[in-house]
Design a protein around this ligand. Structure first.
Ligand code: EPU
Length: 338
């Protein structure tokens, strides 16, 4: 177990904000986590569990305990002719899990290449990109209930997965800390090339392999998304809004080239927030040390020395502009930490 006081979180948030936490506690096993949860001081303190901080916006120093999982390990829990079931420690880097699956020739998560963050957070957030989502592959989640201290397991159907959503985000449910995720991968899967840009990139590759898909996704990401090691950011700052089909029809009549995604809910249509922001003339806009990324308007970047408040102000002006122009309310994908 690692315990630090007055600890810099600069390397623990991908906006690279130089905030500090009163305490930082990192555990490497379920036993260590149990010890922390039973500790009276811990129970009295305000605490926040983080992954890699790739979806967080710290508005201040954190006057409490930041908890972090260093539970590692990728093991095969089950194997059959058709598939394997991987058991992955919540503290593994998500992209290492994808690399592991691809190198073994197992299908299912290759489109989720290059997403920053850890396995536990991937399960909370239901990460998604290039036509795939975490929920497509997950089978089971193991966790600790923070109120009862019990070890609990959730099958996929109990996790309430939806677009960038799971039961672990719902504040009405008991808070849980994920320790292990189980993902089912196919040994004889088919590639998922539903995302047009991916299909296009692999157009000239004969019988593309998993490694080809991983490379193509990495190339697509590099084209549109900034590397947080060079330019602090948290990926998409907002979620793509789901609007009623009637709203979509009206907008489509006005903006015939407006892109859209059909939704699992037939009465709703998802509109790319990046497009809405660009239509407001905000792509590439800068204010002080905060910018709207010039290749993808959904991403806010720390140009160097920004504060959380400045990023939040820029986000608010974007939300307002989209609301004024389209009557659509954007919701942040990034979690604000006060
Ligand atoms: N678009 C614009 N202007 C922009 C950005 C996008 O017109 O500045 C248009 C694009 O031309 C395209 C459409 O909007 O027609 C969709 O763009 P893109 O394919 O880049 O995807 P997105 O909807 O903006 C979502 C995810 C990303 C994920 C990509 C790829 C959300 C909030 N974001 O972005 O996820 O990588 O799809 O599948 O759902 C993340 O969550 O952090 C993230 C990066």
């Amino acid at each position: 177990m690692r315990i630090e006081q007055n600890y810099s979180l600069e390397r623990h948030n991908t906006f690279r904000l130089p905030v500090r936490s009163r305490w930082f506690m990192e555990y490497s096993s379920e036993e260590e986590l149990e010890r922390i949860l039973h500790d009276e001081y811990f129970q009295e303190c305000h605490s926040l569990h983080i992954g890699s901080g790739s979806n967080l916006l710290f508005l201040n120093d954190f006057n409490g305990i930041i908890l972090h999982s260093a539970i590692k390990g990728i093991t095969v829990a089950e194997v059959s002719e058709e598939s394997v079931l991987l058991r992955v420690g919540a503290g593994e880097l998500w992209d290492d899990v994808v690399a592991y699956a691809v190198s073994h020739g197992w299908y299912g998560i290759e489109n989720l290449t290059g997403i920053p963050g850890e396995a536990g957070a991937a399960a909370v957030q239901n990460i998604g990109a290039y036509g795939a989502e975490f929920k497509d592959a997950v089978e089971k989640i193991e966790a600790y209930n923070r109120l009862t201290f019990e070890k609990v397991a959730f099958m996929k159907s109990d996790c309430d997965y939806a677009y960038r959503y799971s039961r672990f985000k719902n504040e009405h449910n008991d808070p849980c800390i994920i320790t292990y995720i189980y993902i089912r991968l196919s040994k004889r899967g088919e590639l998922n090339l539903a995302y047009a840009g991916l299909k296009e990139l692999l157009r000239n590759v004969e019988s593309p392999s998993l490694a080809d898909v991983r490379r193509a996704v990495a190339a697509l990401r590099a084209e549109k998304l900034p590397d947080f090691e060079k330019l602090g950011n948290a990926g998409s700052f907002f979620m793509n809004p789901l609007v009623d089909r009637s709203v979509y029809e009206k907008l489509k009549a006005q903006y015939p080239t407006m892109p859209f995604y059909s939704s699992e809910e037939l009465s709703k249509v998802k509109i790319p927030a990046g497009w809405l922001i660009e239509q407001c003339g905000l792509k590439g806009k800068r204010h002080g040390a905060v910018g709207v990324y010039d290749k993808q308007a959904l991403v806010l970047v720390n140009l160097g020395g920004a504060t959380g408040d400045e990023i939040a102000l820029m986000a608010e002006s974007i939300r307002q502009a989209v609301s004024d122009k389209f009557g659509i309310e954007l919701l942040p994908e990034v979690k604000y930490v006060f």
